[in-house]
Design a binder for this molecule. Structure first.
Ligand code: SF4
Length: 382
């Protein structure tokens, strides 16, 4: 039997597909060259934008028309995994809340990614750089974001398992490591939570401290050339974390810090827990402590009710920070989110497009030499 995996979406999905591949290989399957050559097609899906979801429907439709595989005793199977099998489409009992199944009758199985686990030896194609997923899911419920519904609540992998995986990669002479999580720098909050947590005040709110600074420090000390992490949340970016980055020269100097909006009222409507001044203070602290720091970000334009003045505040913040790259998304309602349930998508498409263009010209055009293509939303936007 041969398998072929198609991955949509963020780096976390790419890492998840590596786990799917490891599980299929452990069952004795071989990798197919393409869809035609495969008996088992796995589609790892993304729901962060409507367009990503529509591409999955289109692909399944095309695959359903593929001729049968010559000389194979097996009927080709199509398996869908990833975000489109998560809680945004099913309830906790597994019942489908959306007509995803009806929209893709050719799919044989909808397999939640959690079923794959971390037990199989990964078959990494790259021999220098590797992803290590450290957590899955998110507890923050930003009003526009589908991640807490598709991925569920945040679950951190055991600390020792991650260190063990990193040490094994080091022994295989990997040079670059990227730690992955939808909200990577809140790693470990769930592990601490069960043990009488102490709350700490950061960016105006009380938070459970995270284990991420310790984990990052321990991994950096293993001696990789470069250690990266995505995606960080501003309100989990503690002073300890800044200090760890500052003192370990092999930790990235390009920090991805999604701001989403430069207007405090929009941030409130988005259920982001910092205001613009908090964000600028954090940036100032990062720049002060970390030499040669570069910042990248995620921004949503046209969030419900975003006025010209509110958008102008985002432009002002971007000018103050001087981002290297911004992944700019035009707001679109996602099923099940607070914004979809309680707010009207009232910013006209033409206005969203214009605002997108203004930020694109301001941030990304001048830095075109370091990136190509139209801005896209980055990993699940912590
Ligand atoms: S935007 Fe990021 S922090 Fe907010 S809910 Fe989504 S994944 Fe969590």
């Amino acid at each position: 039997m041969k398998y072929f995996i198609k991955t949509f979406g963020c780096q976390q999905n790419v890492a998840d597909s590596e786990r799917v591949e490891a599980a299929l290989t452990a069952r004795g399957m071989k990798k197919a060259k393409n869809y035609n050559d495969a008996d088992y097609i796995v589609i790892n899906t993304c729901m962060v934008r409507e367009s990503a979801e529509n591409r999955v429907y289109g692909l399944v439709n095309n695959l359903s028309k593929l001729p049968s595989k010559k000389r194979s005793p097996f009927r080709r199977k199509i398996i869908v995994t990833g975000c489109m099998t998560g809680l945004a489409v099913r309830d906790k009992t597994g019942k489908f809340l959306r007509k995803i199944k009806e929209a893709m009758p050719a799919v044989d199985e909808f397999m939640p990614i959690e079923e794959v686990g971390f037990d199989h030896q990964l078959l990494r194609q790259d021999t220098e750089s590797a992803w290590i997923p450290i957590s899955n899911g998110c507890n923050n419920f930003c009003a526009y974001c589908v991640v807490p519904f598709t991925r569920g609540r945040e679950i951190s992998r055991p600390y020792e398992d991650i260190i063990k995986e990193a040490k094994a990669l080091k022994a295989k002479r990997y040079k670059n490591i990227t730690l992955l999580g939808q909200n990577v720098n809140s790693y470990g909050s769930d592990l601490i939570m069960h043990k009488k947590p102490i709350f700490v005040k950061h960016l105006g709110r009380y938070r459970i401290p995270t284990l991420f600074p310790y984990l990052l420090d321990d991994i950096a000390k293993l001696g990789f050339d470069k250690v990266d992490f995505i995606s960080s949340n501003p309100w989990d970016f503690s002073d300890e974390l800044i200090d760890v980055i500052a003192r370990n020269k092999n930790i990235t100097r390009t920090v991805h810090l999604p701001v989403q909006s430069g207007d405090t009222n929009v941030l409130k409507r988005m259920n982001r827990w910092y205001n613009c001044d908090d964000y600028l203070d954090l940036v100032a602290n990062l720049k002060f402590k970390i030499k040669n720091l570069k910042l990248t970000t995620d921004i949503i334009v046209g969030f419900p009710g975003e006025t010209n003045e509110e958008f102008e505040n985002t432009v002002k913040l971007c000018k103050k920070v001087g981002f290297q790259i911004a992944f700019i998304a035009q707001y679109s309602p996602r099923f099940g989110t607070a914004a979809t349930k309680t707010m009207k998508d009232d910013v006209p498409h033409t206005v969203k497009e214009k605002r997108w263009q203004i930020l694109e010209n301001l941030i990304n055009k001048p830095n075109l030499s370091i990136r190509t293509g139209k801005a896209r939303i980055s990993i699940s936007s912590a």
